[in-house]
Design a protein around this ligand. Structure first.
Ligand SMILES: [Fe+2]
Ligand SMILES: [Fe+2]
Length: 292
């Protein structure tokens, strides 16, 4: 995606700023976990090594595995036991979840936005993306969960590094009833999808994730060959917003793009309702356990 011309330099500078902070080390662990997810030959041992070299991550993973949400009969004492208990697949997702969560620290609430609400939205979109992808295409969709978690990364980066700009955009969005990305373009020249895409590219994440982030508001604009995952993400984002799960950056979103994506992927409304119900259940289970 082209960044509006005169903002390329500004965006490059922002990415440099982000990478000069602890977000850069979070990014490198996220990149390593996503590489394991994308490698069909990767073993649980590789994932365990990544987790063990990051003690706060290991502690968080153990905390979650020992919570009532996972409900082990006996206490899980180490990461090797965690793999056996919840399985390699689930551990990949859980580790990714815990690591990305570190970027979403506590903050203020403004015009319906807060970091906690954005995090809840991201988790719901990730779950939706993964479930609908697996149901509809009977494939693992390696990057579906990661893309859901990361798609609004640009908002949290703007919140932490361009806070005034985000506040301006949130205000303009509220006053003019605009989706956040349109308000951002009006007030700052480029939106959170540009920022997220630039950062994902800089972290060398898989192209599917880079393009998915860049075009999550309108996958029809994507020049990427296969837009399946971008469209799945758009559907997930639209449905979670419509059902008020977490932060909603476009309360009055035009359903035209959503309808286009559903038709292009031949996804029926009943499949969407089914997945939405499962996501709502999972989210309220996580909330009940204090995990969101
Ligand atoms: Fe967005
Ligand atoms: Fe979103």
């Amino acid at each position: 995606m082209k960044t509006p011309h005169d903002h390329t330099e500004e965006l490059r500078h922002l990415i440099e700023q982000v990478n000069a902070t602890s977000i850069s080390s979070i990014g490198s662990v996220v990149t390593r976990i996503i590489a394991v997810i994308n490698d069909p030959d990767a073993t649980a041992k590789e994932l365990v090594e990544i987790i063990l070299t990051d003690p706060p991550l290991a502690a968080n993973v153990l905390r979650l595995v020992n919570s009532a949400y996972c409900a082990p009969k006996n206490k899980i004492a180490d990461i090797q036991q965690a793999v056996i208990f919840i399985g390699f697949e689930a551990l990949k997702e859980l580790a990714l979840n815990q690591k990305v969560c570190e970027i979403f620290k506590r903050g203020v609430k403004i015009n319906g936005y807060s970091r906690e609400k954005l995090w809840k939205h991201s988790v719901a979109v990730a779950l939706f993306c993964k479930m609908i992808y697996r149901k509809e295409f009977a494939q693992r969709g390696e990057n579906a969960y990661a893309l859901g978690l990361l798609h609004d990364l640009g908002i949290i980066i703007r919140d932490q590094f361009q806070n005034e700009m985000l506040l301006m955009a949130l205000q303009a969005a509220a006053q003019k009833n605009l989706p956040l990305n349109d308000a951002e373009r009006e007030t700052c020249g480029y939106d959170h999808a540009h920022i997220g895409m630039a950062l994902a590219e800089n972290w060398c994440l898989p192209e599917e994730i880079v393009f998915g982030i860049g075009y999550h508001h309108d996958p029809r604009e994507s020049q990427d060959g296969d837009t399946t995952l971008s469209q799945v993400l758009h559907i997930a984002n639209y449905c979670c917003q419509k059902n008020n799960i977490g932060y909603c950056d476009a309360p009055l979103q035009d359903p035209a793009v959503f309808t286009h994506c559903c038709q292009a992927l031949k996804i029926e409304p009943h499949a969407i309702d089914l997945v939405m119900g499962e996501v709502q259940q999972k989210i309220s289970d996580m909330e009940a356990e204090g995990l969101l």
